[in-house]
Design a binder for this molecule. Structure first.
Ligand SMILES: [Zn+2]
Ligand SMILES: [Zn+2]
Length: 418
């Protein structure tokens, strides 16, 4: 047994090679591989797994043959996050499955995080993309909601247990057995792959009906960024006309949060550290107020003014000034994921019975409701449409927040099946 040292991995992790497993051609090799990686990062134990290279080789082979239908996509293969073409396969259309040709796929910030394995749970190769819009090409014998030719969408989830309390109440996003659209083991043990690919096969429960008048390209980002902002606005009662809502950060999530809140009739204040975004916020997105969150005077001026704040920022940032900006009973809802734990003085919550909460995407029923709401109110994402061979440059630009506000890949016209 020998130890592999890989500088690209967290130095706390150790990976050992067991030569007896080198020729292991078990069809679930990639599941074994993924489980090992997950255990390593959560428990920091030394685990015996097959050679990474050998496993990868067999994964590449099995990826093409593990399912009957050939598929083609763009995959990240290591922590560089660089994406390159990958031939793989998708399952045959099951009784409840919808097969669809992908037309457009948004590039979410999570795609970048997963591609670079920043959360330590990525299995390579991995095809990202969970803002997927397409047209149905085949339906299973028991599919009720869709027919060939329908426009459809798939967001962040492609599976859940369908029997727990969360699933029974349309909160599949909190099901402990939820299956993400990419990068995790699917119910059959193979890995899920996302929308940077020529087609998808998805259980109809996780497929959304695409509203007639909602654009396919600029509507695609709603499947993650749209529902992620719509759901907390509804759940925390910030969807009433006249409600005073703050939006922190003006990126992919933030700009949609402003549009959603405005459509609900809220008075919207944008908080940003970038003064250059003031004009975009007020003139472009029709926000009512703009506050430079680096300016203590402006922050002081906002004290006690907001019923709720949607915080979309993932970089580390102070929370206390945002709590000050809330009215009594106000709610601060976190959507971003700062790596550093928050520092909160209990006093700032107690004086005013304030709430700090988090929220994650939305259930399927609510996602459909959100799409219909967006179509009715003309809400779409501001986008830059790109061909798939621009994706690595797009990822670099996304990392620098150099996009207004979402890249969307023109999949149908740029990913060609070999
Ligand atoms: Zn996303
Ligand atoms: Zn469940």
């Amino acid at each position: 047994m020998r130890r592999l040292t890989r500088s690209s991995l967290d130095p706390r992790w150790s990976i050992y090679i067991d030569p007896q497993t080198l020729n292991n051609s078990h069809p679930l090799n990639n599941l074994v591989f993924s489980s090992a990686i997950i255990l390593i990062c959560h428990q920091q134990h030394k685990l015996i797994i097959s050679s990474i290279n050998t496993t990868r080789t067999s994964m590449t082979t099995s990826l093409e043959s593990e399912h009957p239908i050939k598929a083609y996509g763009y995959a990240a293969r290591d922590t560089s996050g660089e994406l390159s073409p990958l031939t793989f396969s998708r399952r045959a259309t099951g009784d409840k499955d919808v097969r669809f040709k992908v037309l457009y796929c948004g590039i979410c910030h999570s795609d970048l995080v997963f591609a670079k394995n920043e959360w330590g749970i990525t299995n390579y190769p991995m095809i990202p993309g969970h803002e997927i819009v397409g047209v149905v090409t085949e339906v299973g014998s028991k599919v009720e909601k869709f027919k060939v030719g329908d426009k459809v969408g798939v967001g962040c989830l492609v599976g859940s247990c369908k029997s727990c309390q969360n699933c029974a109440t349309d909160y599949e996003q909190y099901c402990p057995k939820q299956v993400f659209t990419y990068g995790v083991p699917d119910v059959d043990g193979t890995q899920t792959h996302g929308g940077y690919s020529d087609h998808m096969v998805t259980d109809e429960h996780f497929v959304l009906r695409w509203p007639e008048n909602l654009p396919l390209d600029s509507g695609a980002p709603l499947l993650c960024a749209g529902i992620t902002t719509y759901s907390p606005l509804k759940y925390f009662g910030l969807d009433k006309p006249g409600t005073k809502v703050g939006v922190v950060g003006l990126g992919g999530l933030g700009h949609i949060a402003v549009k959603m809140a405005k459509a609900f009739g809220a008075e919207v204040t944008v908080f940003s550290t970038s003064v250059a975004k003031k004009q975009e916020a007020i003139e472009g997105l029709k926000a009512d107020h703009f506050i430079n969150s680096k300016d203590p005077e402006q922050m002081q001026g906002a004290m006690g003014t907001l019923d709720g704040i949607i915080d979309t920022v993932s970089g580390d940032h102070p929370i206390a000034p945002l709590l000050n900006a809330l009215t009594p009973h106000g709610k601060l809802v976190l959507l971003g994921i700062p790596m550093k734990p928050l520092e909160i003085a209990a006093f700032s919550l107690i004086m005013g019975r304030k709430t700090i909460a988090g929220s994650n995407i939305g259930g399927l029923k609510e996602t459909q409701e959100m799409l219909d709401f967006a179509a009715k109110h003309g809400i779409t994402s501001d986008i830059e449409v790109i061909p798939v061979d621009y994706v690595n440059t797009a990822m670099e630009r996304l990392a620098k927040a150099d996009v207004r506000y979402r890249f969307v890949i023109d999949v149908a016209n740029s990913i060609k099946t070999e």
